[in-house]
Design a protein around this ligand. Sequence first.
Ligand code: SF4
Length: 366
Amino acid sequence: MNEDRCPGVLRPHLAADGAMVRVRVPGGQTTGPALAALGRAAARHGRGLLQLTSRAGLQVRGLPEDLPDAFEAEVAAAGFLPSATHERVRNVVASPLTGLHGGLADLRPLVRALDTALQADAALAGLSGRFLLGLDDGRGDVAALEPDLTYRALGPAHGLLVVGSDRGRVVALDDAVPALLALARNFDAARAASGVWRVRELPAWVDGLAGFAPVDVPVAPEPPLGVVGAHAVVGVPLGFLTPAQLAAVVAVAGDGAVVVTPWRSLVVTGGADRLAALTGAGLVADPTSPWTALSACVGAPWCASGRVDTQQLLRSVADEDRRWPRTHVSGCERRCGAPSGPHRDLVAPTREALLAVAAAPLVAHV
Ligand code: SF4
């Protein structure tokens, strides 16, 4: 049986640049002060960067192999480690703008209720770190990520409980948490003998569920960017939030909420009128920016498997006047962090090969 090697705060992954920990942020919901505290811990003990993940989590890299107790204590004090037994199973992704702008329901209370109930469920402490719970407020953004189990709002008080991507049944909002956790326990028991981790890997389990019928898979909307209502949504180039960028986010957010999205961007609540302070720090609000199309794995020299410095390679081309199709550059065939949607897939390319995927250079700026 494969071993579940998903890292957590209490189970670091050893990379070429030192220990890396993954911090779960259920629903991506955090605050300016909490992010600031995590950033201080990252700077004090590691490389000082916060890496955004495709599940709206955060990673800290470059830590000592023997993780200092003080680091764990600082992460816990910042509110990111409420449970030692369940830290790696708190994988909840939610519509980032829920309750802030658009959507059919405010699912922020559901994020908190699901996280609390998950941590209280002793039977789920052994759930795979790869298992993903989704809360979609009806706009289809999270459902399109095809979590293992999803609550997809159909209105303020009811929604679809979706298993895998396309089997569902209607449930009341008030019943969503117990229904999701019951299914998670059921799946965990069913998958134990097979060695699989994800619902999509066990179709016989899905087929055996009573009361579920085929449902549509929504088309993913474009990820938000720029001013959205009263809020600012900014992309983080390559998914690495620098200390200066973090400082700008914290200055704009104040004590308010910040939402980490699954698209390596941040929703800074109430930040619409201070967008310039965020873009001035190098965060992205322009939909034509190359950083909306270019992504990369960590690559060399941070990852021992990397054959190229993916980050440097992309930085070397991003300033050129070129239009890019959605492109992901990997340092090896594992293709870590590749987007789930259509994209150009380049493994350890030369700079020339990378440039070749861009469309013709822009003629002129008028
Ligand atoms: S794709 Fe390869 S080089 Fe890149 S982070 Fe993953 S293992 Fe490392």
